[in-house]
Design a protein. Structure first.
Length: 216
């Protein structure tokens, strides 16, 4: 459901613009698109980390799985992910709404995202950039720590399995998720944590396609 919502914030509008030739969006529509894109993107990030934790418990502590991953704990993880992601998105949207866009009305991207909008703002964007890098780094690094530690423990457990068949089965269970995690976080880090002087609309568009259309 989150993946569908995440993709739906950008793809339908982009396709409508391509087919009609009218690549336009209102100021309010642009901020709304950015809000929901960030909210669903961060939710996706948290859920990927939660899935890695779930696999860790299932493989490394199978006897405790029913206790550690009870229904209300899973519901709490999902609710916390939704709440934190919407608060994060609201902060960025409010910061963006205080900027003036008198330099250009052309967004150098196929949807309204933080850095393309900052590029065309004529106000001081230092606070926005600081919040993106500091808060974004905290969220992404936190999720990556959970994913990294979970898969490190899974790898150690798998290597102790005597049966080659057992190892293969476990790796096949986690392999697809690990590929998605690598593509998602790799492209997100490329887009949001490179120096602003290195911003390239073409390269960022290719990277954005990966985490908005391919990984979901």
């Amino acid at each position: 459901l989150v993946d569908i919502c995440f993709t739906s914030t950008t793809v339908p509008k982009m396709l409508a613009g391509e087919f009609s030739g009218k690549r336009r969006i209102t100021y309010g529509g642009c901020l709304s698109q950015m809000y929901f894109f960030i909210a669903f993107g961060i939710t996706d990030s948290f859920l990927l980390a939660s899935m890695a934790l779930d696999r860790y418990v299932a493989i490394c502590r199978p006897l405790h799985y029913a206790t550690m991953m009870r229904r209300h704990i899973c519901q709490l993880l999902v609710a916390t992910s939704w709440l934190a992601s919407h608060l994060h998105s609201l902060l960025h949207t409010l910061l963006m709404s205080r900027l003036s866009f008198c330099a250009s009305n052309h967004v150098p991207h196929f949807f309204c995202d933080v850095f393309p909008l900052l590029k065309i703002a004529c106000s001081n964007t230092a606070l926005n950039t600081l919040v993106v890098h500091s808060e974004g780094a905290f969220i992404v690094n936190g999720a990556l720590v959970v994913v990294g530690l979970s898969y490190a423990r899974i790898l150690m457990t798998v290597l102790r399995i005597p049966s080659a068949n057992g190892k293969k089965k476990t790796f096949s269970t986690c392999g697809s998720h690990l590929i998605v995690v690598s593509l998602f976080y790799g492209t997100v880090i490329w887009v949001y944590f490179q120096p602003s002087s290195s911003f390239s609309p073409k390269n960022d568009t290719v990277a954005a396609i990966m985490y908005t259309m391919v990984t979901p």
